[in-house]
Design a protein around this ligand. Structure first.
Ligand SMILES: [Zn+2]
Length: 85
């Protein structure tokens, strides 16, 4: 079973976004990082850092802006759309 990260919208999280699981994509630790910041805030700060992949190597052809677009969040980051990953 896969879960979608509510911060970066990565759709392949192996664990649900709670109980101190860490998203391999944006690195959010659920229950810790999101205890004092909203998911929206975490998403913006991740994007402000050019949306880096957190753990190891990203999947082939992974594109954080495409990932956000697929989840209909691209309007928040429209200014970045078209930038190279
Ligand atoms: Zn994430």
């Amino acid at each position: 079973m896969k879960f979608r990260c509510p911060v970066c919208m990565y759709p392949e999280m192996p664990y649900p976004p709670d109980n101190y699981h860490i998203c391999p994509c944006c690195g959010t630790e659920f229950g810790n990082d999101d205890a004092f910041s909203s998911w929206d805030q975490l998403r913006r700060s991740w994007a402000d850092n050019d949306a880096p992949w957190f753990f190891g190597d990203p999947p082939p052809l992974w594109n954080p802006w495409k990932q956000l677009e697929d989840a209909h969040y691209s309007h928040e980051f429209a200014i970045r759309w078209g930038d190279p990953p």
